[in-house]
Design a protein around this ligand. Structure first.
Ligand code: SAH
Length: 350
């Protein structure tokens, strides 16, 4: 039988939550405490086979092999930027390609991971949108991007921050994303801090509200316009969930003290970068605990769109700062290897 067909009939252990793993082992007549051991092997000790699970008896391991599989994603290419950012191209078991980006910071690394192969949201400035939607990733495939990256690092503990800002819209793959996050923050296994995980959304309003109840991660919202007319033009999702509904969901989002929602705002020359646009954003975000990241547009699929000049960006920033917002201009790293925001396309670059 082909491996693929075989795997379809088996359980994907990396994609189960803690509770589901316990139920699953019980169903096979295995003691429930084994669930914790299995999860430690998968997520903490980064095992790639059941044979590595040496504190589990051979009989149980054989049963696991028969009934389950361990998710694997294959790193088919690594590109290294001049600024040492690394972009990985991963092939999934069905041939779909996704990308993750490892970003060096002063004393740690941040990994930017994908939640879908392709994307269905259709933002006009984004490379991922151009290729359309292929499929949702499983929770296991989301987590494996982190684990496979750690396997290649000399000091895996230096990887402390995770951003769901790669390919896809995380809130359109809600259940798998929540399971992946919960597994990543599980204190008994891989134990990332929820404070260091940020999920970015283009604005799927009902799921922003759900996320606030289900998960303690940081929220980032891709805003990109201060009025509906402009946002409708560049982000089709706005026709379903307009700015009013988006901002009211953000106001409802539970935030621990001193935490803020990050609003990402790509500056596109002649589209959303005028002083009037800055004033609209200032008014729109009034009453929201917001910090604003201005991102100069990285060359995207539409050749007519470009970033404004540095001076224009600074003027935009100043208007927001005068209105008491914390606002930075963030140049994204890895542009030379198409690893910057909005440049991930899952194509094999040479
Ligand atoms: N779908 C989610 C997660 C993807 S994050 C979201 O939209 O938030 C990708 C980030 O890159 C988003 O903030 C998006 O606005 C930004 N982005 C997309 N295309 C870009 C481009 N050409 N230049 C700069 N940033 C871009």
């Amino acid at each position: 039988m082909e491996k693929d067909i075989q795997d379809k009939m088996k359980t994907d252990l990396n994609s189960l939550s803690k509770e589901e793993t316990i139920e699953w082992v019980k169903g096979l007549g295995i003691e429930p405490y084994r669930a914790g051991q299995i999860r430690q092997w998968l997520f903490q000790k980064m095992a790639t086979s059941f044979d590595e699970m040496t504190n589990i008896s051979v009989t149980v391991r054989e049963k696991l092999k028969e009934k389950a599989f361990i998710t694997s994603i294959e790193k088919v290419k690594t590109l290294v930027s001049e600024d040492t950012t690394e972009k990985y191209l991963f092939r999934l078991h069905d041939g779909n390609l996704i990308e993750s980006v490892l970003i060096p910071e002063k004393d740690h690394f941040t990994i930017c991971i994908s939640s879908q192969a392709g994307c269905a949201m259709g933002c006009t400035f984004c490379h991922t949108a151009r290729q359309g939607f292929k499929r949702n990733l499983t929770a296991g495939e989301i987590i494996e991007q982190v684990i496979e990256t750690q396997r290649g690092m000399t000091d895996p503990d230096k990887l402390s921050n995770i951003v769901l800002m790669g390919m896809g819209e995380p809130l359109a793959n809600y259940d798998a994303v929540i399971t992946a996050i919960n597994n990543l923050i599980d204190q008994n296994t891989i134990s990332f801090s929820h404070r260091k995980i940020t999920l970015s959304t283009c604005g799927l309003v009902p799921n922003i509200i759900r996320l606030g109840k289900d998960s303690p991660v940081n929220l980032a919202v891709s805003l990109n316009a201060g009025d509906d007319e402009t946002r409708n033009r560049i982000m089709p999702i706005n026709k379903t969930y307009n700015l009013k509904s988006l901002i009211s969901a953000c106001k409802e989002f539970p935030l621990p003290s001193r935490k803020m929602i990050t609003f990402e705002y790509i500056l596109i020359k002649g589209v959303n970068d005028s002083p009037a646009d800055a004033l609209k954003v200032a008014k729109l975000l009034r009453g929201v605990r917001a910090k604003i990241n201005l991102i100069p547009l990285n060359p995207g699929p539409d050749p007519t769109m470009c970033a404004p000049s540095w001076d224009e960006m600074v003027s935009f920033q100043e208007i927001l700062a005068e209105n008491q917002y914390t606002v930075i201009i963030r140049k994204s790293k890895g542009q030379d290897i198409l690893a910057a925001c909005g440049q991930l396309s899952g194509r094999e670059l040479t």
